[in-house]
Design a protein around this ligand. Structure first.
Ligand SMILES: Nc1ncnc2c1ncn2[C@@H]1O[C@H](COP(=O)(O)OP(=O)(O)OP(=O)(O)O)[C@@H](O)[C@H]1O
Ligand SMILES: [Mg+2]
Length: 327
């Protein structure tokens, strides 16, 4: 079968269920490490299947780093961790070209961004220049050094973490850069029951060490390819357009969601449909993901800021206002 016919081929129900089961194993494995946060874990797996990057923004000690490590461990892929510190240089992320005296020429030494899963930890601690080097590679899936372009092999997923309360000496990512991330996630504190379980689990054994890889790179790519074949009805695309328009017209919003945001929402919805064993998107997929996909891509109006509204609340309100199609 040629690539073209495969891309247009519809998914069979059996195939979807088998793929959903494999993807579900990843979520289940991560769920044994990160307790009580199944919805966030599902969203992370959705981003993986949709080929998107995520930024996890939350208070210290709620499991941001652990979430990224657990996801990486569930995949037998190349993993790298970049700790963003004030003195980190762009070349520490992307790599450098070094002169080889023997051959008399320059050779490229790839940086940690050349991996399948990258934990970009505490990304707001580095200078904007270093952040930009990562964000450019994320968007373009390649690095250009000395006019030579080096492709980053897929699958390629960046999980960045950022701490929202630590503003001194940090550089929070501006909205234009946040747009590179398919989703913004936050973990939040666990429920009392989950927290008690965490205290027991984390002090008796190492749940992360017990995690076994579930998927390899080829399987991740096969899942991503299947996601592209999930169907989206015309009415649902119109619904996404209505949502985007609503963000642009809302009095609470200074800058609304871009077409890129809409593409990300549809992609994510297709991935969620597959994860849930469907070969078609339903309105609920879009509703479930809208806050996480759109929230970080809008800029609030000065008035909304004064009233201490959060972007996510504004998107939630718009979801209530914009009528969704029934199927
Ligand atoms: N929901 C959770 N499930 C399991 N363990 C958790 C959960 N939340 C926090 N923990 C535990 O809390 C500890 C801190 O987690 P982690 O280092 O991932 O936090 P962090 O959000 O990255 O913090 P920081 O912003 O300081 O880097 C870990 O030992 C982790 O096991
Ligand atoms: Mg951390």
């Amino acid at each position: 079968m040629s690539a073209d016919t495969r891309a247009s081929a519809t998914l069979e129900t059996d195939e979807v269920l088998a793929l959903a089961r494999r993807a579900g194993e990843v979520a289940a494995g991560v769920g044994r490490v990160i307790l009580g946060k199944d919805d966030v874990i599902q969203a992370c797996v959705v981003a993986l299947l949709a080929g998107g990057h995520v930024v996890v923004e939350d208070y210290p000690g709620v499991g941001k780093t652990l979430l990224a490590k657990a996801l990486a461990r569930s995949l037998s892929c190349r993993f790298s961790r970049i700790q963003f510190t004030p003195d980190l240089l762009p070349s520490d992320v992307t790599g450098v070209s070094v002169f080889d005296q023997k051959t008399g020429s320059f050779a490229f030494r790839p940086g940690p961004v050349f991996a399948n899963v990258i934990l970009a930890d505490e990304i707001n601690r580095s200078s904007p220049k270093t952040q930009a080097s990562l964000l450019e590679s994320m968007e373009e899936r390649q690095v250009t050094i000395d006019n030579v372009t080096h492709l980053i092999d897929p699958p390629f997923m960046v999980i960045a973490t950022q701490n929202p309360i630590e503003y001194e000496g940090t550089y929070p990512l501006p909205e234009a850069q946040l747009d590179r991330f398919m989703m913004r996630l936050s973990l939040g504190y666990p429920s009392a029951a989950a927290e008690a379980e965490i205290l027991e689990a984390q002090t008796t054994h190492d749940p992360l060490a017990a995690l076994e890889p579930v998927l390899d790179a080829a399987e991740v790519l096969a899942l991503q390819e299947a996601v592209s074949r999930v169907r989206v009805a015309e009415t649902l695309r119109e619904y996404v357009v209505d949502l985007l328009t609503a963000t642009r017209q809302s009095k609470d919003v200074y800058l609304g969601a871009s077409p890129r945001a809409g593409i990300a929402l549809v992609r994510a919805a297709k991935a969620q449909a597959l994860l849930r064993g469907r070969e078609f998107v339903v309105p609920q997929d879009l509703k479930d993901l809208a806050v996480r996909v759109l929230g970080h891509r809008i800029i609030l109006s000065p008035d909304a800021r004064v009233h201490r509204l959060h972007e996510d609340e504004v998107v939630e309100r718009l979801l209530d206002l914009v009528p969704a199609p029934r199927t």
